[in-house]
Design a protein around this ligand. Structure first.
Ligand code: SF4
Ligand code: SF4
Length: 438
């Protein structure tokens, strides 16, 4: 009977880790549905970016208030979760505060965890006030309704509850230690929860139940949170690291060329080329499709970008198209891309392989959005985790132009002028200097 709680805990842990592993497998499978792209170059710069941007939060703090609060939550959450290791070992072995043998170091760590938990709690409450009371505009754009809005709030509530349970658990433990209850070893320092303990009834049995219920609720909450990540924008907790590592290192504004088009142009300009050999080589290099019509036409990095997006809206808040009332929101581009690749993944799960559902990315991302982009790169610069919404926009434009000949009228005119006159204007090359005779 005394092993019942250990067995229950082991089952809970096993189920949670099993679900988490299943979702991670699905996530990796979905990301790999994207086209291959080589990001194995310049690993030292990639490591540097990852350490600065993902670990060091360097781009987050460009906006100091949210940046500092986010850094507290991030550090707090990571460090406090070191204690989860102790909770798991205690749960499996039926021990209590198994690391307490570390003496002074243990006391210091528990004290530090408590201060961090308190700071996280305060930061999360400020986040909630900014979102719900102050209604900061980027949290209330039209794409932030239904699930995205609830998701953001769910996470805040989750964090509030988890931190409160942690402090309540420690407060009851502290009181039980003061009462010299045998099972509760004298260990830890409690700079915050010792105050909370003053509000608890000093009754051994009640304190025992408060401590046990908080302990179970805390660890169960963490395991639920772990499994919630896959469905949430909080997947960035994990993906921010590979996302910043594999980010585009090209200079901003440098658009990638389509290899097949580049080689065709080179061949056309080369007088020594055998035209028949050209046809052969073209057959090898011409892609099945130019640009991106659906999520699977994007690269795996772009799909990882979509899963990593925190939906913070910093990109949309600096996007000139969005600011001037156009349909385009770079955040919405990322969210819709994620929704679509999820839909494709579910389709594969259901049918064993992808069955054509007659849908594409263009069902949710309109041509109007795509053409509203000025390619200014502000969204890419502003994104705290180096996501590149512009690259998706450009690939979708390429599809419209090269597969559908569906560029706006003004662009079509300009492109045919370039083709015919070697310039964007409507005059023949012979007439270019006529203006000087006017
Ligand atoms: S590159 Fe396009 S989407 Fe990004 S900020 Fe500029 S206009 Fe907006
Ligand atoms: S793309 Fe980057 S800046 Fe834009 S919402 Fe996502 S995480 Fe935030």
């Amino acid at each position: 009977m005394s092993y019942l709680s250990n067995i229950l805990f082991a089952i809970l842990l096993l189920i949670s880790v099993g679900f988490f592993a299943r979702n991670i497998k699905k996530l990796i499978r979905n990301i790999k549905l994207g086209k291959d792209v080589d990001r194995s170059d310049n690993s030292s710069l990639r490591w540097k970016n990852m350490i600065n941007i993902a670990l060091g939060q360097s781009k987050m703090v460009r906006r100091p208030i949210s940046g500092i609060l986010h850094t507290i939550v991030y550090i707090g959450f990571i460090i406090i979760n070191i204690e989860v290791l102790e909770i798991i070992i205690d749960g499996l072995l039926g021990t209590h505060r198994i690391f307490s043998f570390a003496g002074g170091i243990y006391d210091f760590l528990i004290g530090a965890f408590e201060i961090l938990a308190f700071l996280v709690l305060v930061s999360v409450i400020i986040f909630w006030i900014r979102r719900v009371i102050l209604k900061i505009p980027r949290f209330w754009n039209k794409e932030m309704t239904a699930w995205p809005k609830n998701d953001a709030l769910n996470i805040l509530y989750f964090e509030m509850v988890l931190m409160s349970l942690f402090l309540l658990m420690n407060a009851a433990d502290y009181s039980l230690q003061q009462l010299q209850v045998e099972a509760y070893v004298q260990a830890g320092s409690f700079p915050i929860s010792s105050y909370i303990a003053n509000w608890l009834p000093q009754n051994e049995v009640i304190l025992f139940y408060i401590e046990r219920i908080s302990w179970w609720a805390h660890i169960t909450g963490i395991l639920i949170f772990l499994n919630y990540l896959y469905y949430s924008k909080h997947l960035h907790i994990l993906l921010a690291f590979p996302n910043t590592y594999f980010a585009n290192l090209n200079q901003q504004g440098k658009l990638n060329n389509l290899e097949s088009v580049t080689s065709e142009v080179k061949l056309m300009l080369d007088p020594n080329v055998d035209p028949y050999a050209t046809v052969e080589s073209d057959n090898e290099t011409v892609p099945v499709k130019f640009g991106a019509e659906d999520a699977t036409d994007l690269s795996w990095v772009q799909l990882m970008n979509a899963y990593t997006c925190t939906e913070c809206g910093r990109c949309s808040s600096v996007c000139p198209a969005n600011l001037t009332g156009k349909e385009l929101s770079p955040r919405a581009i990322m969210m819709k891309t994620r929704d679509r690749i999820e839909e494709i993944g579910d389709n594969i799960d259901k049918n064993g392989q992808f069955e054509n559902d007659g849908k594409t990315l263009f069902d949710t991302i309109s041509a109007e959005e795509i053409w509203a982009c000025t390619t200014c790169n502000a969204c890419v610069t502003e994104c705290p985790i180096n996501i590149d919404p512009l690259s998706i926009i450009m690939d979708m434009r390429r599809f419209l132009v090269m597969e559908k000949s569906a560029a706006p009228q003004e662009l079509n005119m300009m492109m045919s002028n370039i083709e015919n006159n070697g310039a964007p204007w409507q005059y023949s090359q012979m007439d270019r200097l006529n203006w000087k005779d006017e």
